[in-house]
Ligand binder design. Structure first.
Ligand code: AP5
Length: 222
């Protein structure tokens, strides 16, 4: 299965990717995670990406496309993948299309995670991440204690907030999504690949809708 998860920041792409990995055994390829790793390692690429990420802007296409090309060439991506957070603009979408045509591995479906902006704000401001095991939580829906701690690590590591989940940066990320990424909805609809999914409700309910949308081939998974 080769899938793109398209949706605004906080729409649940990362959360649903974890469930898709369990169900279909294909890797999640998240450009956000790959870029955050590069920043944390302090690599030259990470240093270039850091300022754009902190401001909620898109990282330079050349950097992101380089990362994606390398990641898609890894052996575990041969049997399929879930693209989370990529592509994010027309240049990236065209480059992905050309790359996949070259290796004869076309995309099966693009899942659009539909969600109200007010719900996004709550999800993003409430998100907390374990710096050790990387598990993602939400202070509004998970019992985490005060201060919130990881329930997965034996050391109960203190959870942290992503720097771009501050309210002032969230607004910018949503603007960038509307200007740069939303046009891809039309782009993939024209190719007959788009599947709309209502991304509100419980994680399991959203997952069931995604499964219906990708296995039934329906144009709407709501
Ligand atoms: P990235 O890491 O990709 O962030 P994003 O797309 O903004 O998406 P998020 O990770 O914020 O949200 P999500 O949809 O995965 O939601 P999640 O499942 O975590 O990108 C970060 C930055 O990197 C960008 O701003 C940019 O600078 C750069 N970048 C990345 N890719 C790039 C590219 N291709 N080109 C250029 N630059 C790029 O859920 C959010 C919260 O909600 C969590 O707390 C979760 O527990 C909770 N939640 C999830 N589902 C539910 C549910 N059903 N009910 C209740 N709570 C839920």
């Amino acid at each position: 299965m080769r899938l793109i998860l398209l949706g605004a920041p906080g729409s649940g792409k990362g959360t649903q990717s974890q469930k898709l990995i369990e169900r279909y055994g294909v890797p999640q390829i998240s450009t956000g995670d790959l870029l955050r790793d590069a920043c944390n390692r302090g690599s030259p690429l990470g240093l270039k990406a850091k300022a754009a990420m902190a401001a909620g802007k898109l990282v330079d296409n050349a950097i992101v496309l380089g990362i994606i090309r390398e990641r898609l060439a890894e052996p575990d991506a041969r049997g399929g993948f879930i693209l989370d957070g990529f592509p994010r603009n027309r240049v990236q979408a065209d480059a992905l299309g050309a790359l996949l045509a070259e290796i004869k591995a076309p995309i099966d479906a693009v899942v659009l995670m539909d969600i109200d902006t007010n719900v996004l704000f709550r999800r993003l401001t409430g998100r907390r991440v374990c710096p050790k095991c990387k598990r993602v939580y939400n202070i509004y829906s998970d019992a985490l204690g005060d201060p919130p701690r990881c329930t997965n690590c034996p050391e109960r590591t203190l959870l942290v907030q992503r720097p771009d989940d501050r309210e002032d940066v969230i607004g910018n990320r949503l603007k960038v999504y509307a200007a740069e990424t939303q046009p891809l909805i039309e782009y993939y609809a024209e190719q007959g690949l788009l599947r709309h999914v209502d991304a509100e409700g419980s994680v399991d309910d959203v997952f069931a809708r995604i499964e219906r949308a990708i296995t039934g081939g329906a144009k709407s998974g709501t």
